[in-house]
Design a binder for this molecule. Sequence first.
Ligand SMILES: Cc1ncc(COP(=O)(O)O)c(C=O)c1O
Length: 319
Amino acid sequence: MSDFIKHYSQYLTSNTLPIGNSLPIAKGEGIYFWDCDGKKYIDFSSQTLNLLLGQCHPAIVDAVVDQAKTLTFASSRFGTVQYFKTVEKIAEIAPSGLKRVNIKMCDGSDANETSVKIARKYTGKTGIISFHNAHTGQTTQTIQLRGYGRDPRTLAGNTEDVVFVHTPKYKVKGDYKDTLKEISRVIKHHGNIAAILVDPIMVNAGVLVTDETKSYLQALNSIANEYSVLFILDENQSFGWVPNLFAAKYFELSPDIITLGKGLSGGHPLAGVLVTEKLKDVLDYNEADFTNGGHALSCAAAYATLSILQSVDFHIEEK
Ligand SMILES: Cc1ncc(COP(=O)(O)O)c(C=O)c1O
């Protein structure tokens, strides 16, 4: 452990200690960052996919500074001008049919948890299908849905409504059909499934994308429709990193709910859900509109990020 971290570790809980011997990051620019000793790094992870446009993009910096000089905060009963503009911008780029926006959240976990609330309230059912090795979040509900790191002491409580299925191995052509069979079986036998929650690219399981992923996800979407189970696409990791911005568009899916966070605001705290018209009235006030959600500063960053994504053709290569 570096002397720097050793000093500060006396104030930190163990789970929040930085990894290994890393030094604090002091500065960033584009794809680079520098630690506090001045050592320069290329950021191959884009800080876990948050920095869609890199560190300190000038247009985002300007937008945040302007907003900070204009308005600091409005409570969740109000909307700010920047918030409304950002909601409209998100609706503009959203897949067709998913034009109802709730970005009154800060983290992907809140977004996933909101999607589960909507699914349960709308269907009157309680079961959620999740995937082994999926990362879904860290709130009480989303940690129950997470397909790894399952410490029984943290999970104590209501776990019986979460059913885990295996992700496709993609080792042999067509083996994704095993997952589909497993899901159909679970829905029929459980009898109380409200939704399937899936990360289309399964980042935590190692980025499971092959030339069969589209067929697999489309079949999953069809199964959900056939059994009147809501299809929730967790785009916390995929948004912005795939052609057409949304995996839903790229793989030609029609989910009932898309959850977003991370890259949405180019590295600032903002998250939310996009839902279809039929789901727009499901939640009431104080059920998913958090104090710092839809914050004007984050919305300014998101508006700038999305405007750039709309206007520049980044030409993501398909392999
Ligand atoms: C696919 C996926 N869903 C949800 C989350 C949770 O997001 P957050 O850490 O912002 O709560 C993550 C975080 O890495 C994620 O990768």
